[in-house]
Design a protein around this ligand. Structure first.
Ligand SMILES: C[S@@+](CC[C@H](N)C(=O)[O-])C[C@H]1O[C@@H](n2cnc3c(N)ncnc32)[C@H](O)[C@@H]1O
Length: 390
């Protein structure tokens, strides 16, 4: 790669590699800089990332029906989090703020009692995203508070929500080699003008413990990722939560599926202008880098801090059980309608995209954990067929 093709951030990372005694950094540090370097990181810099004109879609960019449906779930859960009718939601990594806007619109229009007594907290690492969230949430600014540290909410009573947050954490890259767990480091090959990977001893004993805890041994030659930041995150979330729920939506699998031997190269993917690739060493700072979430880790390490799993399911089940089909519009024969701009057709298309197995319905999973709320018969856990009177 000629030097002029390297992004400014790539050159900065090369500089950091060259300053190291062993002329290498961990893959974790590489990915952290690529996504979150103070000014040039993918998430940090001023650049639209989510939506048609950008790199990828998330469920909230498909349409407001995602937020409206989840608001139905919040309405059912929030009363169990408090005795004084003061309600709190914390959204972590809210991106462009569309989800928060759709939830708050839905609550204001359909559930005024909750809306009027609600504080909606946002915790967002990217100053760029925080800025656009403030613009997006203009109608609800008296309900929303931005915080910059989870600890501020220590003793929190309420609901903690995230969508596609955990997949955006930097990960450690590991490989099973000669019967041992090794780690992947990144170096810069001056002669070939390219980033190269080096395999060496693990830098953190927690990597080995992570697999030991799950009783998983990788297959010889298997390369994969470990999201230790997700472990720290669920532990911090569980610790600050006094009474309430943690609702986490993301793409991923239980550990035995995520680390199955047929997934020989892991799940790391990059997104640039709606095209996927598996090369994190190109478009550095201009492309998203993600990995699938290990939900077993969120469940097991969550239980160490008092989070009890009540539901782990596909997104389609969760949305169906929270009434997404009630938003379907009667369109009859759509002859003569403008299929791209007709609002009813757009809404129905969004519902299909969110619940169809081949689209977002099964790729995305929903994990619901609770702490100190007691036992309840949740309406959304009822058999879907009963809910629709069938
Ligand atoms: C893939 S985007 C998802 C955005 C949004 N939830 C959606 O569904 O459209 C991930 C978001 O999480 C933010 N983020 C990453 N790590 C974070 C952390 N530790 N705390 C808070 N926000 C974080 C990123 O800046 C980005 O806004």
């Amino acid at each position: 790669m000629v030097n002029s093709q390297l992004t400014k951030l790539a050159k900065e990372i090369i500089g950091i590699i060259q300053e190291q005694p062993q002329k290498r950094i961990r893959f974790y540090d590489f990915m952290k800089m690529a996504l979150y370097e103070k000014e040039l990181g993918y998430y940090t810099k001023d650049r639209t990332k989510i939506g048609k004109e950008a790199d990828f879609y998330t469920s909230s960019s498909v349409g407001p029906v995602f937020g409206y449906t989840i608001a139905n779930n919040f309405v059912e859960l929030l009363p169990y989090t408090t005795n004084d009718n003061k309600f709190s939601i914390l959204e972590i990594g809210g991106g462009n703020g569309r989800f928060a806007r759709d939830v708050l619109d839905g609550l204001r229009d359909e559930h005024q009692k909750i809306y009027n007594n609600l504080t909606y907290y946002m915790l967002e690492t990217s100053p760029y995203h925080e800025k656009i969230q403030k613009a997006m949430l203009g109608d609800h600014l008296d309900r929303v508070k931005w915080i910059n540290d989870l600890e501020i909410l220590s003793g929190f009573n309420g609901l903690i929500f995230s969508n596609e947050l955990v997949d955006a954490f930097p990960v450690y890259k590991v490989r099973q080699q000669n019967g041992e767990l090794k780690e992947v480091y990144v170096t810069w090959d001056e002669k070939e003008s390219e980033f190269k990977e080096i395999i060496d001893e693990i830098s953190d004993h927690r990597l080995k413990k992570y697999f030991d805890d799950m009783g998983i041994t990788l297959k010889e030659g298997q390369t994969t990722e470990v999201n230790l930041d997700a472990v720290d995150w669920i532990k911090s979330v569980g610790k600050i939560l006094n009474r309430g729920y943690v609702l986490t939506i993301d793409y991923g699998y239980p550990a035995e599926e995520l680390y199955a031997s047929h997934r020989h190269e892991g799940t790391l993917m990059c997104y640039y202008k709606h095209t996927a690739n598996d090369n994190p060493y190109q478009n550095i700072g201009d492309q998203d880098i993600t990995t699938h979430v290990n939900f077993t880790a969120l469940i097991n390490y969550g239980s160490e801090v008092g989070l009890e799993t009540i539901w782990f399911t596909h997104q389609s089940n969760f949305l169906l059980n929270n009434g997404i089909l009630n938003y379907l519009r009667e369109v009859g024969i759509s002859n003569g309608r403008d299929i791209f701009n007709d609002e009813d057709l757009k809404l129905n298309r969004a519902i299909r995209q969110l619940i169809t197995p081949g689209e977002m319905g099964e790729t995305f999973k929903v994990l619901l954990q609770q702490k100190n709320v007691g036992n309840h018969q949740y309406r959304f856990l009822m058999d879907i067929w009963k809910q629709y009177g069938l």
